[in-house]
Design a protein around this ligand. Structure first.
Ligand code: UDP
Length: 324
C-alpha cells in the first residue's frame, strides 16, 4: 500500500509512519514542520530498510501542486496535519484556523478528485464544555463565546468534520473521522502545552510542577501506539465509512493527582505550584473540566479499544525523556 500521512513528522504522524513502514507499506509524508520535527522521523530516514519506502516532503498541505501529486500517487490518506496544542491556538489564532479549515478542505478536495480513502483526525475538543461521562459520538456540543479563542480550535475541527461528512454524502467520498482524546507517548513535546511531557520534564529537573486552575479538572490519556492501531483499523474498515469515532483511554485522573503520580514515579523533589488559568493563558481562556470517551462504537466496528494503563504510559514517557 502507498500511504500518504499529512503531518507525518508530528508526534502521532511519526508513530503512524513507523508502523506503516514496519508492515511493509510505502509511506509519503507531507509536513510543514510547524509543530512537527525532523527529529521525529530521522531514525526512519536513517534506516536502510526504508531507503526506497519513505518519502518526505517538507511543504504545506495548502500547496495544491504537491497535494495533487501526492494524493494521486497514494492509495489512502491519513490527514493528521493541523495546528495542535492549546498554546498554539492562543498564540496563533488566525494561522491555526487557516491551517485547520483550508488545509482540510484541500486534502478532501484532492481525495475526492482521485476517490482516495481518507481518515480525518479530529479531536475530543469538539465536544466542548461537558461535565458528564462518557462522551458519545452523538452527544450535543457546548462551546463558550467567540471571545474565548480556545473554542476556535473546536469549531474549526467541527467544521472539518462537517466538510468531510458532506463530501461523503454529496460525492460518496470514503471518509472516516477519528476524534482523538489526549494522546501521549515518546517523542511528544511539552512545548505546545501538552501536560504529561511538561510535568515529566519539570519533575526530572526537580522544578515546580505547574498545575493550572485548581487541578480538579480531569482527563484520560491514550498511548500513541494504541491510537495508531485504532487509526489503521478504522481506515481498513468498510463499516467506518461516513462515521465518527472516539479514540481514547479510560482511566480518568485529575491533573493534581497526575502531578502527584509523576512526582512519585520519578522520585522527584518537585512541589506542586497552582497557577490560575488567567496567569497561564490570559483572561479569555476556559478549560474543559472533564473529558472521558466512550469507545463502544470503535470497539463494535474494529474489535479494538485502547487499553494501555496510565502507569505504563507514564513509564514510557519518563524513559524517553530521560534518554534524551
Ligand atoms: N495543564 C496543566 N499544566 C500544564 C499543562 C497543562 O495543569 O503545564 C492542564 C491543562 O490546563 C488541562 C490539562 O492539563 O486541564 C491537559 O492539558 P493539555 O494541554 O495537555 O491538553 P488539553 O486537554 O487541554 O487539550
Amino acid at each position: 500500500m502507498r500511504i500518504l500521512i499529512t503531518g507525518g513528522a508530528g508526534f502521532i504522524g511519526s508513530h503512524l509512519a513507523q508502523t506503516c513502514l514496519e508492515r511493509g507499506d510505502e509511506v509519503y509524508i507531507i509536513d510543514d514542520l510547524s509543530t512537527g520535527s525532523m527529529d521525529n522521523i530521522r531514525f526512519l530516514q536513517d534506516n536502510p530498510a526504508y531507503e526506497n519506502k519513505l518519502f518526505v516532503h517538507i511543504n504545506t498541505i495548502l500547496n495544491a501542486d504537491i497535494m495533487l501529486e501526492l494524493t494521486g500517487i497514494c492509495d489512502m490518506v491519513f490527514h493528521l496535519a493541523a495546528a495542535v496544542g492549546v498554546q498554539t491556538i492562543l498564540d496563533k489564532p488566525l494561522e491555526s484556523i487557516v491551517t485547520n479549515i483550508q488545509g482540510t478542505e484541500k486534502v478532501l478536495e484532492m481525495c475526492n478528485k482521485f476517490k482516495k480513502r481518507v481518515l480525518i483526525a479530529s479531536t475530543s475538543e469538539v465536544y466542548g464544555k461537558h461535565m458528564h461521562a462518557p462522551l458519545v459520538e452523538t452527544d450535543n456540543i457546548i462551546y463558550g463565546p467567540s471571545s474565548k479563542f480556545r473554542w476556535s480550535y473546536a469549531a474549526s475541527k467541527l467544521m472539518d468534520e462537517f466538510t468531510a461528512l458532506a463530501y461523503h454524502r454529496t460525492n460518496g467520498l470514503e471518509v472516516t473521522i477519528a476524534r482523538l482524546f489526549n494522546t501521549v507517548g515518546p517523542r511528544q513535546t511539552g512545548a505546545y502545552g501538552m501536560v504529561i511531557p511538561r510535568f515529566v520534564t519539570q519533575a526530572l529537573k526537580n522544578d515546580p510542577i505547574t498545575v493550572f486552575g485548581d487541578g480538579n479538572q480531569t482527563r484520560t490519556f491514550t498511548f500513541v501506539k494504541d491510537v495508531v492501531t485504532a487509526l489503521i483499523k478504522l481506515i481498513e474498515s468498510d463499516q467506518s465509512v461516513g462515521e465518527v469515532f472516539n479514540v481514547g483511554g479510560h482511566e480518568e485522573i485529575s491533573i493534581s493527582d497526575l502531578a502527584q503520580k509523576i512526582i512519585q514515579m520519578t522520585g522527584s523533589s518537585s512541589t506542586i505550584k497552582l497557577i490560575p488559568y488567567e496567569e497561564a493563558f490570559g483572561k479569555d481562556f476556559e478549560d474543559m473540566l472533564r473529558r472521558v470517551p466512550s469507545t463502544d462504537k470503535l470497539e463494535s466496528i474494529t474489535g479494538f479499544k485502547p487499553d494501555k494503563r496510565l502507569d505504563f504510559i507514564l513509564s514510557q514517557v519518563i524513559a524517553s525523556i530521560m534518554g534524551k
